[in-house]
Design a protein around this ligand. Structure first.
Ligand code: G3P
Length: 226
């Protein structure tokens, strides 16, 4: 089980986080986590999962898993294969890779069967409430319009974070709530935690930073200063 408060860095398909660059970036994130004593995880592209999980001591999540069971499914992403790479779980329903509600439910169930961590993304607090019924380990609220904007959800739309926390708690207090979109600084991180989130999901501010180590240290300071 991933420890919170947590920073999950989604590598998306940025050129800065592919192949050996994904390994280097993961090393940087792991070293900052160790130095600052914070919990982190990375979500590289599925083809890079094994490369990272086998070389670096850092929890690794898939970016997506398909709602399938083992068998004849060419080109799909199977939960068992993610586990075999060393991944400890997966993002589900990222705004850039959305699923139907019944598919989300199925993937959450498959991950639970395999003792993998599920992090379901949701565009707003109402959707968070709906997906919390599936009992994922975590829900991450991410308003799509702020993704990649550098404008932090915790600052620009704090009510989205606090409402998500409130609604998810009503459905199932065991589901941990993260937030994401535009999280860039330690201050963004600190405010997210103050609003009741147990961590953040972020991408561009670290992956595309000229100095990812400095960017990660800034985010980490938002946890340690709290
Ligand atoms: O999965 C995290 C992501 O969608 C947020 O992206 O670039 O706004 O941190 P970014």
């Amino acid at each position: 089980m991933l420890k919170t408060p947590i920073v999950i860095v989604n590598f998306k398909t940025y050129p800065q986080s592919v192949g050996e660059r994904a390994v280097e970036l993961s090393k940087t994130i792991a070293s900052v986590a160790k130095e600052k004593g914070i919990s982190v995880a990375v979500a590289p592209q599925n083809l890079d999962l094994y490369r990272i999980a086998s070389q670096i001591d850092i929890p690794v999540l898939a970016q997506h898993i398909d709602p399938i069971t083992p068998g004849a499914h060419t080109g799909w992403l199977l939960a068992e294969t993610a586990r075999a790479t060393g991944a400890v779980g997966s993002l589900i329903n990222h705004s850039e890779h959305q699923l139907q509600p019944e598919e989300i439910e199925q993937v959450v169930k498959r991950l639970r069967e395999l003792e993998l961590t599920s992090v379901v993304c949701a565009r707003d607090p109402e959707v968070c409430k709906r997906v919390a019924v599936f009992e994922p380990d975590m829900v991450a609220v991410e308003p799509p319009e702020l993704i990649g904007s550098g404008r932090a959800v915790s600052k620009v739309k704090p009510e989205v974070v606090s409402d998500a926390v409130k609604l998810v708690r009503e459905v199932n207090p065991g589901v941990r709530v993260l937030c994401g979109a535009g999280i860039t600084s330690g201050e963004d991180m600190r405010i997210a935690l103050e609003l009741g989130a147990e961590g953040v999901l972020l991408a561009s501010s670290v992956v595309k930073a000229p100095d990812p180590r400095a960017a990660m240290l800034d985010i980490a300071n938002g946890i340690t200063s709290k």
